[in-house]
Design a protein around this ligand. Structure first.
Ligand code: ADP
Ligand code: MG
Length: 238
């Protein structure tokens, strides 16, 4: 038998020995204590753990919003652990879409202006930005709300605007940190439905949550406790 390819397939996300130490004055706190994990392209992974376990710290590192104190992070095979802030900003913009619990929308801008922002940073032309922002809002069911400011939208609608902003750049990876934490059950279902759709369209999804019901939507659950991954299980019917 001839082995065609014996090289193990590298995950789109590979963490090796990631530690994160926060320092405030003389006090140190080790929020991540040696994380090893691999996430394959197109996987839908939930990271579940109690408050204070290190979920957001992990998300900030995965999203290149922060750098580890120690360890290696390969994103799409590229070592991002040693990149400068400017290089990280480019990687973030090109490869990652973010959804946060607090939506993080700019209150003074209409929905479409919020959604086009990542394209402004990417240098996309004005006409194309508007067209893509409107298309992204249509995709999340808000084609009739493109001119509304966040304050004129419900929490669920605001989070759908945030999902549109996350997907407008067509990123490989969507990172969502407690995206349904501030939503009622109907809006939760709408946002989780959108994440399901993005997963089906081939995106890699990392969903951070402390709720088991939400985590069950993913194909795989990583449990984090006191800065360490304590379980890694395939779940659901996928
Ligand atoms: P989670 O998202 O799971 O609730 P976090 O990643 O936000 O947890 O925080 C993990 C731990 O690190 C907590 O004990 C928190 O107090 C601490 N921590 C988070 N950010 C900082 C910071 N900037 N400075 C010091 N400690 C921090
Ligand atoms: Mg958190």
């Amino acid at each position: 038998m001839t082995a065609v390819d014996e090289t193990p397939i590298a995950g789109v996300v590979e963490l090796h020995g990631i530690r994160k130490v926060y320092r405030s004055g003389s006090i140190e706190f080790e929020a991540l204590r040696g994380i090893d994990m691999s996430i394959g392209g197109g996987e839908y992974v939930a990271v579940i753990g109690p408050s204070g376990s290190g979920k957001s710290t992990l998300m900030n590192i995965l999203g290149c919003l922060d750098v580890p104190t120690e360890g290696q992070y390969l994103l799409g095979g590229e070592d991002v652990s040693t990149m400068s802030e400017a290089q990280l900003a480019v990687v973030r913009n090109k490869r990652i879409g973010f959804v946060f619990q607090q939506f993080n929308l700019l209150a003074s801008l209409p929905a479409w202006r919020n959604v086009e922002l990542p394209l402004v940073y990417a240098g996309t032309s004005k006409a194309e930005r508007r067209a893509r922002a409107v298309a992204a809002l249509e995709r999340v069911g808000l084609g009739d709300r493109v001119e509304n400011r966040p304050g004129e939208l419900s929490g669920g609608q605001q989070q759908r605007v945030a999902v549109a902003r996350a997907l407008v750049t067509e990123p490989d990876i969507i990172l969502a940190d407690e995206p349904t934490g501030n939503l009622d059950s109907e809006s939760t279902e709408a946002v989780l439905g959108l994440l399901d759709e993005l997963h089906l369209s081939g995106r890699t999804i990392v969903l951070i949550t402390h709720e088991h019901e939400v985590a069950a939507r993913a194909g795989r659950n990583l449990t984090i406790k006191d800065g360490l991954i304590t379980a890694d299980a395939l779940v659901g019917a996928q």
